[in-house]
Design a protein. Structure first.
Length: 369
């Protein structure tokens, strides 16, 4: 019995229930019906009907008729119950058979397979849950393939440049100049930055990136970053300003990771803003019934902006807007993905607003200490 399938188990269970019901009916009828029949004959005699001399024959005839009718009823009931049990079992197990076939195809790599809907609510919910899981796995597989393709391209570009320069130097077709060595160093630094960013992103998404949450005053960090980036600006570049209260409350965050986030956001703003202004904002969102008090920090620029169709993808790995003229000016393409994960690990969230030709604003919040 333990090796029987679900359909056989359902069939035999339904059939057993039907047989028990018919058997109970036959036993109860066999015991009680003759007594009720004799009692009915006695009532007829009291009413004046003379059946005393044939009472035994009547009771025997009744028992024979009852036994035969019960036998044929049991046979007919068993056949009907068996047919109905088989139909119900097949109806229940058919969606499960379909689900088994779909899961086998899915395990073989056919990730577009889905379980069809079922008329049985429980099985339909089970199928819907499987389909949601399948959509998620298919999306992850798609992103994995895209990541491998993008990563291959990102690694190939600087490696090709470095190899080309080294071959030219080996063959004597290029003179070893300081500018050439600087290009080689720049491409090597780009490779190193890409590998480090990938390592940080992998650790952050796996939850292995160490986050040291502790109370600290964010204003000195904001001032230091403004001074650092102001020293890198050219005379004809954007104006860098800080818009924050003189005193900010302590936040519960990792100071090093917060600096990493702001360096990434300010660096992106500088790459995409040739003129105009870049403003680092900080303000306090008071406590409400639904939320605790938060500190918001925003990097606002007047650069080229991002198209509305690109905004949903801005935090994806290796995403790049089609508006960008130079791939070299965009960094590794995973800085924003790292920034979002780092903010989430510190209990905050990040948002973006942008209008093409007018500028972009990245803002994120952190909880008070």
């Amino acid at each position: 019995m333990n090796k029987l399938g679900l359909r056989s188990r359902l069939f035999f269970s339904h059939l057993m229930v039907a047989l028990v019901a018919v058997g109970s009916l036959a036993i109860v009828g066999k015991i009680s019906s003759p007594r009720f029949f004799v009692f009915h004959l006695q009532q007829m005699e009291r009413a004046g009907v003379r059946i005393r001399y044939v009472q035994t024959q009547l009771v025997d005839g009744f028992e024979i008729a009852w036994s035969r009718s019960t036998l044929w009823s049991a046979i007919a009931g068993a056949i009907a119950a068996g047919g109905l049990s088989y139909w119900v079992a097949k109806r229940i197990t058919h969606p499960l058979t379909q689900m088994k076939a779909v899961t086998q195809k899915f395990s073989q790599g056919q990730l577009n397979e889905r379980v069809p809907s079922s008329e049985i609510p429980e099985l339909d919910r089970l199928g819907a849950s499987f389909n949601r899981m399948a959509d998620s796995i298919e999306g992850m597989e798609h992103r994995r393939r895209e990541l491998i393709g993008d990563l291959t391209h990102e690694l190939r570009t600087p490696m090709t440049v470095i190899r080309g320069y080294l071959e030219e130097l080996r063959d004597g077709r290029l003179e070893p100049t300081a500018d050439l060595y600087q290009r080689l160093v720049r491409e090597s630094a780009r490779l190193e930055r890409l590998v480090n960013d990938l390592q940080d992103l992998s650790k952050a998404e796996a939850g292995y990136l160490p986050i040291q949450l502790q109370p600290f005053d964010p204003r000195p960090l904001l001032v230091a970053l403004m001074e650092k980036f102001a020293a890198q600006l050219l005379d004809d570049g954007p104006v860098l300003t800080l818009d924050a209260p003189a005193h900010l409350p302590d936040v519960l965050a990792d100071a090093d990771r917060l600096e990493q986030i702001l360096v990434n956001l300010l660096g992106n703003a500088l790459r995409h803003t040739r003129s105009g202004s870049i403003t680092l904002h900080a303000w306090i969102e008071p406590r409400s019934r639904q939320t605790q008090p938060l500190l918001w920090i925003a990097v606002e620029d007047t650069g080229e902006g991002i198209a509305a169709k690109d905004l949903p993808h801005i935090f994806e790995r290796f995403w790049r807007s089609g508006q960008t003229q130079s791939r070299l000016s965009m960094g590794t393409g995973i800085g924003l993905a790292i920034a979002r994960r780092l903010i989430e690990l510190q209990g905050g969230r990040i948002e973006v607003e942008s209008q093409p030709g007018k500028g972009t604003t990245f803002k994120f919040c952190l909880p008070f200490a």
